[in-house]
Write a protein that binds this ligand. Structure first.
Ligand code: URA
Length: 231
């Protein structure tokens, strides 16, 4: 149970102050009756706005196909962000929708967005070792010697104390590879290749755990059940 005006504000419909106007205008019903008290404690299932049930009152988990050029930060000064792909109402929710880990501005591919912070913590925790698959094109020819090096769990990135966890590298062409990581350090794929003199030219994440981008075009998203990844 929560205050009616708080429900509307937290789900991004309007501010708490505006909620009073929405209620006065008769747009909100509780158990089929026009609501008259913005402070009434109500259950989400009982509420309708303009005749419609509340918009995802239990939370959201979205699988987004991020295009290059969008950041995962909410900071306006960092440029256009991935949240701008979502409906306006979802961008006004509290708690805010955030990304599960991050992809760089120049990286495309699969990113999960959610308003469930425990889920973010679970899915990004190194403890759970969720495999993330990337496809990279690089500036220099890749030697097959990199495969055991990436797999060894000994690769130390500049400025870090702990070596990278073992990663699986598959060469797809002279300058193209697939890499599977179970951790998510800052610019990790770019830094791993750069340690061997290869600059990443394009980077795309195709999988996050069991999830892929099938049927989701660049710039599009689909909803997942909150328990879609059983961690
Ligand atoms: N590694 C990177 O270098 N960038 C990403 O966006 C993701 C992984």
């Amino acid at each position: 149970m929560r205050r009616l005006d708080q429900f509307l504000a937290n789900l991004g419909y309007c501010s708490r102050r505006e909620a009073r106007d929405w209620i006065e205008d008769g747009r909100v019903t509780v158990h089929g009756e026009v609501a008259d008290d913005s402070g009434a404690k109500v259950k989400a299932e009982a509420v309708r706005v303009d005749g419609e049930p509340l918009d995802h009152p239990d939370g959201l988990l979205l699988l987004v196909h991020k295009p290059v050029g969008l950041v995962c930060s909410h900071e306006a000064r960092e440029g256009p962000n991935v949240y701008s792909l979502l409906p306006a109402r979802w961008q006004q929710r509290h708690p805010a929708i955030t990304s599960v880990g991050r992809l760089d501005k120049d990286t495309s591919g699969l990113i999960l967005l959610t308003d469930q912070s425990p889920l973010v913590h679970r899915l990004t925790s190194p403890k759970h070792k969720v495999p993330k698959t990337y496809r990279a094109t690089v500036s220099a020819e890749l030697s097959p010697d990199l495969i055991p090096l990436f797999a060894s769990g000994t690769l130390l990135l500049a400025g870090e104390k702990d070596p990278c966890a073992p990663a699986t590298l598959r060469l797809l062409g002279p300058r193209e590879a697939e890499i599977v990581l179970t951790e998510g350090r800052y610019h990790q794929v770019r830094r791993m290749f750069s340690a061997f003199g290869a600059e990443v030219m394009t980077l795309h994440r195709s999988h996050f755990g069991p999830l892929d981008l099938e049927g989701v075009a660049s710039g599009q998203w689909r909803e997942l059940r909150l328990d879609a990844i059983g961690i």
